[in-house]
Design a protein around this ligand. Structure first.
Ligand SMILES: [Ca+2]
Length: 221
């Protein structure tokens, strides 16, 4: 069941992302209006308005996909999905934005990693990633000195932008993602963060990747 704020069709002031959803609403799928179109997204409203750009629940969705799929998005917002790089760019473009990863292990323990600044470029610059300002309980694996992902372009199974000559990180991790520069080869890997990779229930697993443009609370776990 998609949840539509009562005032959605009454006032004409549609939410442009999850930070506009009225306080006290439940987590769930909401309509938002951005870049001249309506779309549905999953909103996590437990600590402010977070828009889920990526979600894993049970491994049912195939995330080892090509550039066109990651560009437009795939899956189902009620289940597992990638919102789409064009959608992420268009919804967030020009806004100050934070990024959060939620992970959980088999015992139900959860951790998070949050970055105060998150930005991606448009397709002409291969959705290049900008991150800064880590805090959280999961560790700063996105900006590890041996696997720095901020500043890197996006890669998929059919588009190798990882700069590792003779090696395609996407084939190694089975996911579309941002990958570190080859210069870190001696001590690093393609990425220490792989939310779109193969789904393993027995390990720490990614639940959601979320973004927020509003004022949001800290996650305490
Ligand atoms: Ca390569």
């Amino acid at each position: 069941m998609y949840q539509i704020p009562i005032w959605f069709n009454v006032t004409g002031h549609e939410p442009t992302d999850c930070s506009n959803i009225s306080q006290g609403s439940d987590n769930g799928v909401y309509w938002i209006f951005a870049n001249n179109r309506c779309r549905t997204v999953y909103c996590d409203l437990t600590a402010g308005g977070w828009m889920v750009i990526q979600r894993r629940l049970d491994g049912s969705e195939d995330f080892y996909r090509d550039w066109a799929d990651y560009k437009k998005g795939f899956g189902n917002v009620s289940g597992e999905y990638w919102l789409g790089n064009d959608n992420i760019f268009n919804i967030l473009n020009g806004k100050s934005c934070s990024l959060r990863f939620d992970i959980e292990n088999v015992d139900g323990k959860s951790r998070y990693a949050q970055y105060e600044t998150f930005k991606i470029a448009d397709e002409s610059d291969d959705y290049r990633l900008t991150l800064s300002g880590y805090n959280g309980t999961a560790g700063d694996a996105m900006m590890d000195t041996s696997s720095q992902l901020s500043g890197q372009p996006f890669s998929t199974k059919d588009r190798d932008n990882d700069n590792w000559s003779g090696w395609h990180c996407t084939d190694y991790v089975n996911a579309g993602w941002w990958y570190a520069k080859e210069s870190s080869y001696m001590y690093g890997r393609c990425t220490f963060v792989n939310p779109n990779g193969k789904y393993y229930k027995e390990l720490w697993r990614f639940i959601s990747t979320l973004v927020s443009t509003g004022i949001h609370g800290q996650i305490h776990t």
